[in-house]
Design a protein around this ligand. Structure first.
Ligand code: F6P
Length: 402
């Protein structure tokens, strides 16, 4: 049989490692002939935009380069699959495209919105008597998928955020001036990535002195009081704030435009808080929005993350060949001192459109920082450095001629 694989949602530094994992496992299985890559996620299937990955990834060297390249090599989409009853034509187009290419299993690498597609498609195929298997491979820097210990892409993003925060700490402390530096971190409604800055304590850093997560109610007045309190102890106050923090009664510079999943583009809270500090406290203040750098900075990727991302993609192929469908692959963390994970699966419907939030028992009573207990969860995920192929002093990336 043939298979097809697509990538969906916001990019990460590890989503291509999962693609490489699917590709390599399929190629070495001896059971799969052509491995199709669908361009721009499920939209590529609807529009029959498929490429032969065997040609695009000619050898092991290319597969290794793909593994180390950030973002989605096949392109991505934010496409909400309608219900089959309301728009049957979309489903018919998908089925006919996959049948035309002799596809027996479809792999969708994505987040909670993409698992909605996995759940809907597998249910539709079963209902139509088609034997095509649909398997979800998780990814997201937000780390907000239920049923899995963590998500591929998160470890690399957390490593970038921690390393960059450490560098910002060095830079922000040089003047004999009172200052406030606000670092805005992605993560949507879940504070995992912002909270992960606590790993710096493992290397003796005290900053970020304040950490604000979207799981907690945010008050501008308390924020200013917290800063004044920290200023009694630290000349340069460093703050990590999640993009998802909701500031009531503020003219936050956010876009009102929603995407098809009803998600608001969240960037801007850092700048808004910067202006608040400037007007209310009046000291030197700077905000830094880490923006897309935190999901595409593969030069500081976590080797653990890329290796796990590749492995979970490879396992997805095993599960599909074993006849599983309508599932998402998951990590289960083993108990014990030494970090290790098992890979198994969960029903994709349990993940679809759902969010796993940062645990409140790891947030301090004042809701302005993260407890030390969280450090042990995060640290293993950022371990290991990736060897990168360089040219003219810059990393070499895998690119498709699209
Ligand atoms: O879901 C991953 C994510 O990077 C979020 O952290 C962020 O809010 C969102 O995607 C940004 O979406 P877009 O790439 O559409 O701007």
């Amino acid at each position: 049989m043939n298979i097809a694989v697509a990538q969906s949602g916001g990019p990460t530094s590890a989503i291509n490692a999962s693609l490489a994992g699917v590709f390599k496992a399929a190629r070495s299985s001896g059971k799969i002939e052509t491995i199709y890559g669908c361009l721009n996620g499920i939209e590529g299937v609807i529009k029959d935009r498929m490429i032969d990955l065997g040609k695009a990834i000619p050898d092991d060297e290319a597969a290794e380069l793909l593994k180390r390249t950030p973002s989605t090599a096949l392109g991505s989409c934010r496409y909400k699959l309608p219900d089959a009853d309301s728009q049957p034509q979309v489903y018919e187009d998908i089925l006919s495209c996959l049948e035309k290419h002799g596809v027996g299993a479809f792999f969708y690498i994505g987040g909670n919105d993409s698992m909605d597609t996995v759940a809907k498609l597998s249910a539709y195929f079963k209902e139509k008597g088609s034997d095509i298997k649909v398997v979800g491979v998780p990814k997201t820097i937000d780390n907000d998928l239920p049923c899995t210990d963590h998500t591929p892409g998160f470890g690399s993003a957390a490593k970038y955020v921690a390393v960059t925060t450490q560098e910002i700490i060095r830079d922000s402390s040089v003047y004999a001036l009172e200052s406030v530096t606000i670092i805005e971190v992605m993560g949507r409604h879940a504070g995992w990535l912002t909270a992960s800055t606590c790993v710096l304590r493992a290397n003796g850093e005290i900053a970020p002195h304040l950490i604000y997560l979207p799981e907690c109610e945010f008050s501008a007045q308390r924020f200013l009081d917290d800063i004044r309190e920290q200023q009694k102890k630290h000349k340069a106050v460093i703050i990590a704030v999640s993009e998802g923090v909701q500031l009531k009664d503020s003219k936050c510079l956010r876009s009102d435009k929603l995407d098809v999943f009803g998600h608001q583009q969240l960037s801007g809270i850092g700048k808004t808080l910067e202006e608040l500090v400037r007007s209310e406290i009046g000291c030197k203040v700077r905000s830094i929005e880490l923006n897309v750098m935190q999901r595409c900075s593969s030069h500081i990727a976590s080797a653990t993350d890329l290796d796990e991302a590749e492995l979970i993609g490879a396992k997805a192929v095993e599960y599909a060949l074993d006849g599983k469908s309508g599932i998402m692959m998951v990590f289960e963390r083993e108990k014990g001192e030494k970090y290790s994970v098992n890979i198994s699966c969960a029903d994709a419907a349990l993940v679809a459109n759902k969010e796993q939030f940062f645990p409140m028992e790891w947030v301090n009573d004042e809701h302005n920082n993260v407890k030390d207990e969280a450090i042990g969860y995060f640290l293993p995920l950022i371990q290991g450095e990736v060897e990168i192929k360089m040219n003219n002093g810059m990393p070499v990336h895998f690119k498709l001629d699209m």
